[in-house]
Design a protein around this ligand. Structure first.
Ligand code: ADP
Length: 464
């Protein structure tokens, strides 16, 4: 038996508690029964003593003391009824004392005299030298209360009754404990049965069957909450696992395309060597897939580092206006090549806290997209503004725009609105995913608004 199991500990605790309560209750019961019986017996003795005092002792003339014993014996036959009767005179002389009772439950000569001072009536439990006890009631009688009448009875019958009661309660204890323990054990076993089922089901869940769920017993207690919480956890694990599976599949796909191009170009070069006049012309065409490959690998690497939590390593206070202006300046050439004007607007020093190189990456990716997806002679406008305790970075362009149905997906990894459009510009659908991951790590919200054919605007809102 597993003594540290909940089942054992709960059952043992309740069995112990029940035994303690039962024993205390039994002790209290014995005590009360004993007090009640003794009081009752003393009542009877007192009544008898008063009766004797009234009928015999009071009218007694001093000369008739000699016949007292005979009268009491004749009227009450104390020995036959196992009773003790003693009549004592004013000078403490014993006028009458009953003989040995038929059950030999006490020795009359051993009963000590009543204490000298007491008022109307005295009731006492008198211990005898041989260890037994007598319940004795004493009253005064005779003219001027010169006599003391004592009537008593042994406690033996009460003792026998109490012993019987003790036996009965002692026999009841194991019965009650066995019933309670087995009932409690079964109840705890039944209550914990769902835990067994949850555990065995949980053992069977692996990455192959993450769609399965643990059984939920509608008990409305902690067990139901535990099963529901565990199921939510499995759901989150399932999502994360599916996401990472998709990520690996998409990444392999993205890497395969330029690798296939490279391979076929290299095969054709091997089979048809370039003319001796210009050996480098065809080699130049190999650069495009290599560039795309290295850009994809670079972005994958950036994402995996962000996933590992590297965006939060070097947090400092940064002037976002200055960061945006300097980044835009570095990318002016790219825009100029396409004949696009880039303007920048910042309201003085606008501070945010974060990782400078990561935030720069956000600006680069948004600006790079704006330039990429804006045709010649278009315009890109960057703005950094502080309002209502927040800092907002906006990148607006007059480019091709994004269709409404694509807007909710543009921040997903490997999502591209139009693959032909992106292939031409070499994107793998990771730029905005990187922006979103960095923003999340900085507690910033990024949103997009766009009108097809008229342009798009991206807004990053930083908490101050
Ligand atoms: P990519 O590297 O392919 O550009 P992104 O994650 O940066 O990937 O963007 C996802 C998709 O969102 C792109 O395929 C593109 O079609 C669309 N997109 C992003 N920025 C803009 C923009 N400024 N204007 C129009 N379309 C955009």
């Amino acid at each position: 038996m597993n003594t540290s199991s909940i089942r054992f500990r709960l059952t043992a605790w309740y069995a112990g508690l029940l035994t303690l309560v039962y024993v205390l209750f039994a002790a209290l019961l014995m005590q009360s029964v004993q007090s009640y019986l003794e009081a009752n017996v003393l009542d009877t003795q007192a009544r008898r003593a008063r009766q004797i005092a009234a009928t015999l002792v009071t009218p007694l003339a001093p000369e008739a003391e000699a016949t007292l014993g005979a009268q009491v014996k004749a009227l009450y036959s104390p020995e036959l009824s196992d009773r003790f009767i003693r009549v004592t005179g004013a000078d403490s002389s014993v006028l009458y004392r009953s003989g040995e009772p038929s059950d030999h439950s006490f020795v009359p000569a051993d009963v000590p005299p009543a204490p000298s001072t007491w008022a109307q009536e005295l009731r006492r439990k008198q211990a005898l030298p041989d260890g037994r006890a007598l319940l004795v009631a004493a009253v005064h009688g005779g003219r001027d209360a010169t006599y003391t009448v004592e009537v008593g009875v042994s406690t033996a019958s009460i003792g026998a009754l109490l012993r019987q009661l003790l036996w009965l309660t002692a026999l009841g204890l194991p019965v009650i404990v066995v019933v309670a323990v087995s009932g409690g054990y079964l109840l705890v076993k039944r209550t914990l049965a769902p835990v067994e089922r949850i555990a065995s089901k949980a053992e069977l869940i692996t990455h192959h069957n993450l769609a399965e769920r643990l059984p939920v017993v509608r008990t409305g207690d902690e067990l139901e909450r535990l099963a529901i919480s565990l199921n939510h956890m499995i759901s989150r694990l399932d999502d994360a696992f599916q996401q990472s599976k998709r990520f690996v599949a998409d990444a392999s796909h993205e890497l395969r395309t330029p690798l296939t191009v490279l391979r076929s170009e290299l095969e054709s070069l091997a089979h048809h060597p370039p003319p001796a006049s210009d050996p480098y012309e065809r080699l130049g065409s190999l650069l495009q897939p290599v560039e795309r490959l290295s850009k994809t690998v670079e972005r994958l690497f950036a994402l995996s580092r962000l996933d590992a939590g590297e965006a939060q390593t070097e947090w400092v206070e940064i002037d976002l206006g200055e960061l945006v202006a300097s980044t835009a300046e570095q990318m002016l050439l790219l825009a100029a090549d396409k004949g696009i004007t880039v303007t920048c607007e910042a309201q003085g020093r606008v501070m945010v806290s974060g990782d400078r190189s990561r935030l720069k990456q956000v600006v680069v990716n948004l600006l790079d997209n704006a330039i990429k997806y804006t045709p010649a002679r278009g315009a890109v406008h960057l703005r950094v503004a502080a309002a209502e305790g927040r800092v907002v970075l906006s990148v607006e362009d007059s480019g091709v725009g994004i269709p409404a149905e694509a807007l909710p997906h543009v921040f997903e990894r490997f999502y591209r609105v139009d693959t032909t459009r992106s292939d031409a510009t070499g994107g793998a659908g990771l730029g905005l995913a990187i922006v979103k991951t960095i923003c999340d790590a900085h507690g910033a919200a990024v949103r997009v608004a766009s009108a097809l054919g008229r342009g798009s605007s991206f807004h990053v809102t930083f908490p101050r």
